[in-house]
Design a protein around this ligand. Structure first.
Ligand code: ATP
Length: 253
């Protein structure tokens, strides 16, 4: 399971249930036995209606959520590691060069501007400070975040600007496996196109991404999985998936 052609990511029988203590202990199952692989260099899209469990899947892979059961195996250059059982410090180390996650929300520390935030991501991936700054400038420019915004506190940016800064931090000096959760959902058409081109150009990076737009899935993904009620209910090329699950996907198309 190394770069010799096997999957970079193998998810097996992942389960996650939340207990709502404030609502009489009611439980919500977000993942009900999810298994999937992402091949090295492959772009796999996750589709499905709201609440199907797509974000939970990405969060369990990145270990923002610890699953109740199941395994998440990441192939490194020389060995495979099972992420659900990994000590926190080792997991933190992998969240640099190996594994990146672009969530739906920008989580920059207070009083941090876009340039500092994106350069810090590049540094976590091993770049020296001057190279990290240069890479951050290039990523921000490419996504249309121009110099007047570079030092402004991220918390005052618009929703679309925040999403682009978030994406810039995800793709700068990219990790081997990138998790993207609706990375262009808040963007106007011109900025959306810039972002899609940037994602398209991520040569050699393996991607597991949630998209709500079937046109984007067709354009970017080699394979798509459809989730419903915490399960994978279909898997195939975007064309096959769209043909077979047209009705179910209308809501996300
Ligand atoms: N931290 C949490 N606490 C309680 N319930 C949660 C939590 N995270 C997710 N859930 C529940 O798990 C289910 C799946 O949520 P999830 O966010 O994974 O869906 P999704 O497919 O990503 O939806 P969307 O497309 O709307 O983002 C939902 O019913 C949600 O309310």
């Amino acid at each position: 399971m190394t770069d010799s052609g096997g999957p970079i990511l193998s998810v097996r029988d992942l389960r996650k249930t939340f207990t709502m203590h404030a609502v009489s202990g009611r439980t919500v199952t977000s993942l009900d036995g999810v298994s999937l692989d992402v091949g090295t260099g492959e772009h796999v899209a996750v589709a499905g209606a709201s609440g199907a469990g797509k974000s939970s899947l990405l969060r369990c892979v990145y270990r923002n959520y610890l699953p109740d059961a199941g395994t998440v195996t990441l192939a490194l250059e020389d060995r495979a590691v099972e992420l659900t059982a990994l000590p926190d410090r080792q997991m933190a180390r992998l969240r640099g060069r190996e594994l990146g996650y672009v969530s739906q929300f920008l989580a920059a520390p207070p009083r941090t501007g876009p340039l500092q935030h994106v350069a810090a991501a590049a540094r976590r991936r091993g770049l020296a400070p001057p190279e990290a700054r240069e890479a951050a400038v290039a990523a921000l420019r490419r996504l249309g975040i121009d110099e007047p915004l570079w030092e402004i506190d991220c918390s005052v940016l618009s929703g679309g600007e925040r999403q682009r800064v978030n994406l810039a931090a995800g793709v700068v000096s990219p990790p081997r496996l990138l998790l993207l959760d609706e990375p262009v959902s808040a963007l106007d058409p011109a900025n959306r196109e810039r972002a899609l081109e940037l994602i398209e150009d991520l040569a050699g990076v393996s991607v597991l991404a949630v998209y709500h737009d079937m046109q984007i899935i067709r354009r970017l993904a080699g394979r798509a999985v459809v989730m419903d009620a915490g399960r994978v209910v279909a898997e195939g090329t975007p064309e096959t998936i769209l043909a077979q699950h047209h009705a179910a996907l209308e809501e996300v198309a």
